[in-house]
Design a protein around this ligand. Structure first.
Ligand code: FUL
Length: 501
C-alpha cells in the first residue's frame, strides 16, 4: 500500500512537471494534421510567463525624450549638438507618479532614438548627455527613470533604436558589436529591465549606408542578461498591431499561424524559449490574422500578442505648439476600449517637456481619463447577479481573481450562462476575460437580455482573449444570457462584467 502511495505521488508530480514542460508558446503543424488537430494545437498554445505578466499590465507608457525635445523635430539628423540637451527642472519621480496615478503599470524610455543621442553616459560614443550642460555632463536620465520606477514599484523598459544617424560605423558589421555594447550597458547597470522595444525603422547612417541588423544575436544577449524582459515589435515576444492609432482589431487572436519554410527556423521556433521573430502568414495590417481559415496551410503556431501604441499628442516628442492638441479624456477612454478591450496592451506615449517634466495639460487629461474609467468599472453589476449554467466553478467569474476560472465539462465547446437580478438593472458595457494561461479559445459569443417576455440580442462578439470590452445601447433588464457559440476546445472565463457608463 505504502509503495503504491509513493508511486502514485511520484507519478502525479511527474505528470505535473511533464505538463509544464509541454506547455509551449509554439506548436508545429505536421502535413498529416487534420483541421481538428490544428484547432486542438491552437487551443493549447499558451503565453510564456514573461508574456503573461506583460499582458496583465494592460496599460504601459512611452517617454519620448531626447534632443528632439529641444529642436521640436520628430526625427533628428544625428548632427545635433549635445549642448542643446538641457532640462531645467528634470524630475523623473513626477513622470512616474503621474503615470502610476493614471493606472499605468510599466514605462519605456527612449534611451536612444534614431538620432543616436544617448540618455545615459555611455562609453560607446561621445554623442550623449555626458557632453551636455545638464548636471555638468554628470547626469544619467536612464538611471533616474529606473530609480523612480523602483521607488514607485512599476515596470521599467527601454527603447534603443537600431537605426543610428550619428554612429560613423553604421552600415558596417562593427555597428552590430557597438549596438550590443550599448545593450550590455543598459541591461547591466540599471537593475531589472522588463521590456526591450526595438523599432523597425532602418534608414541611412551618416555615410549613406544601411545596416543589416543582427537581431538574433541581440535577442540571445537579452535573454541571457534579463530573461524576464519581453522583446517587443522587432522581437519574439510582442507584436506590433499594425497601426499607431491605439486601436486593435475587433477580432484579435494572440495565437498566430507562422509561414516558416526554413527547417532551421522551424526548429528554433519549436523550442520552449523562442528567441527569433516568426515569419507570419499575411501582413501586419490584415484584418484577420488568426481565425480558423488562416490556420489552414500554416507551418506552425505561436503565441504572439498585440501591442497598440499611440501618442497622447500629435507627435511622439514634446512640442509647445501641441499643448492644446492633447487627446481628450473621452478619446483616451475610447482608445482604452479599442486596445485593452480588444485583447491588447496599450502603450501610451506621454512626452516630457523641455523642463524635464510632464506638462500640466497632459496631467489633467490623464487624471480625468482615470476618473472616467473608475466611474465605469468600479461597480460590476455581475457581483449581485445569480449565476446558472453548465460547467465548473461558475462563481469564479465574479471573485476578482484572474487565476480562478470557469470552464465547461470535458471538451464541450459551447455553453450558456444565465445571470438574473432581483431588481432590473441598467447597463451598457460588457466585459469578458478568458484565462489565457490555458490558451485563447473563444471564437464567437452572443449576449441576450429579456425585454418583457421576449429575449433580444444585445451583443454579438468574436474573440475574447485576455480582455474584451464592448459598449452597447443602454438596456434595463433582470435577465442576461451569455451564449458561447463557438470555441476551440473548452472555453474558460476568469471574469464576466456588466457596467453602466
Ligand atoms: C516609430 C519611430 O520612427 C517614431 O519616431 C517613434 O519612436 C515610434 C514609436 O516608432 O517607428
Amino acid at each position: 500500500m505504502k509503495f503504491l502511495k509513493i508511486t502514485l505521488t511520484t507519478l502525479t508530480t511527474l505528470l505535473t512537471i511533464l505538463n509544464h514542460v509541454n506547455a509551449q508558446n509554439t506548436a508545429t503543424i505536421e502535413p498529416e494534421d487534420t483541421a481538428y488537430d490544428i484547432i486542438r494545437k491552437a487551443a493549447n498554445v499558451t503565453p510564456t510567463p514573461r508574456q503573461l505578466r506583460w499582458q496583465q499590465l494592460e496599460l504601459t507608457a512611452f517617454f519620448h525624450f531626447g534632443v528632439n525635445t529641444y529642436t521640436g523635430k520628430e526625427w533628428g539628423t544625428g548632427k545635433e549638438n549635445p549642448k542643446i540637451f538641457n532640462p531645467t527642472n528634470l524630475d523623473t519621480e513626477q513622470w512616474i507618479r503621474t503615470v502610476k496615478e493614471a493606472g499605468i503599470k510599466q514605462v519605456i524610455l527612449t534611451a536612444k532614438h534614431h538620432d543616436g543621442f544617448c540618455l545615459w553616459p555611455t562609453a560607446t560614443t561621445e554623442h550623449s548627455l555626458k557632453n551636455s550642460p545638464w548636471k555638468n555632463g554628470k547626469g544619467d536620465v536612464v538611471k533616474e527613470v529606473a530609480e523612480a520606477c523602483k521607488k514607485y514599484d512599476i515596470g521599467f523598459g527601454i527603447y534603443l533604436s537600431p537605426w543610428d544617424m550619428n554612429a560613423s560605423i553604421y552600415g558596417t558589421p562593427e555597428y552590430n558589436d557597438f549596438f550590443l555594447e550599448q545593450l550590455t550597458e543598459l541591461l547591466t547597470k540599471y537593475g531589472q529591465i522588463d521590456e526591450v522595444w526595438f523599432d523597425g525603422a532602418n534608414g541611412e547612417g551618416p555615410n549613406g549606408k544601411k545596416q543589416v541588423y543582427d537581431f538574433n544575436r541581440w535577442y540571445t544577449h537579452i535573454r541571457k542578461l534579463q530573461p524576464q524582459a519581453v522583446i517587443a515589435i522587432m522581437g519574439p515576444d510582442v507584436r506590433w498591431v499594425g497601426t499607431e492609432t491605439g486601436y486593435g482589431r475587433e477580432t484579435e487572436w494572440s495565437v498566430l499561424p507562422t509561414a516558416e519554410k526554413d527547417e532551421e527556423k522551424i526548429a528554433l521556433l519549436s523550442q520552449k524559449d523562442v528567441a527569433v521573430v516568426p515569419t507570419l502568414s499575411g501582413s501586419f495590417r490584415d484584418q484577420d490574422r488568426g481565425s480558423r481559415s488562416k490556420l489552414k496551410g500554416a507551418t506552425g503556431l505561436i503565441w504572439y500578442p498585440a501591442e497598440m501604441d499611440v501618442s497622447i499628442r500629435p507627435g511622439w516628442f514634446y512640442r509647445e505648439t501641441e499643448n492644446d492638441k492633447i487627446k481628450t479624456p473621452e478619446i483616451l477612454l475610447d482608445i482604452y476600449f479599442g486596445s485593452v478591450g480588444r485583447n491588447g496592451v496599450l502603450l501610451l506615449n506621454i512626452p516630457p517637456d523641455k523642463r524635464g517634466l510632464i506638462h500640466e495639460n497632459d496631467i489633467k487629461v490623464l487624471q480625468e481619463w482615470k476618473r472616467l474609467r473608475d466611474e465605469i468599472f468600479d461597480d460590476n453589476l455581475v457581483k449581485k447577479a445569480k449565476l446558472k449554467g453548465n460547467g465548473e466553478k461558475l462563481k469564479a467569474v465574479k471573485d476578482d481573481n484572474y487565476n480562478t476560472f470557469w470552464t465547461t465539462k470535458g471538451n464541450d465547446s459551447t455553453a450558456v450562462i444565465d445571470l438574473s437580478f432581483k431588481t432590473p438593472q441598467t447597463m451598457n458595457v460588457f466585459e469578458l476575460q478568458e484565462n489565457i494561461a490555458i490558451g485563447q479559445r473563444i471564437e464567437k459569443f452572443i449576449v441576450e437580455y429579456k425585454d418583457g417576455e421576449e429575449w433580444k440580442k444585445a451583443i454579438e462578439g468574436t474573440t475574447v482573449g485576455y480582455k474584451r470590452l464592448i459598449q452597447f445601447p443602454e438596456i434595463t433588464t433582470s435577465f442576461i444570457r451569455l451564449k458561447i457559440v463557438s470555441s476551440r476546445l473548452s472555453p474558460t472565463l476568469s471574469k464576466i462584467g456588466l457596467y453602466k457608463q
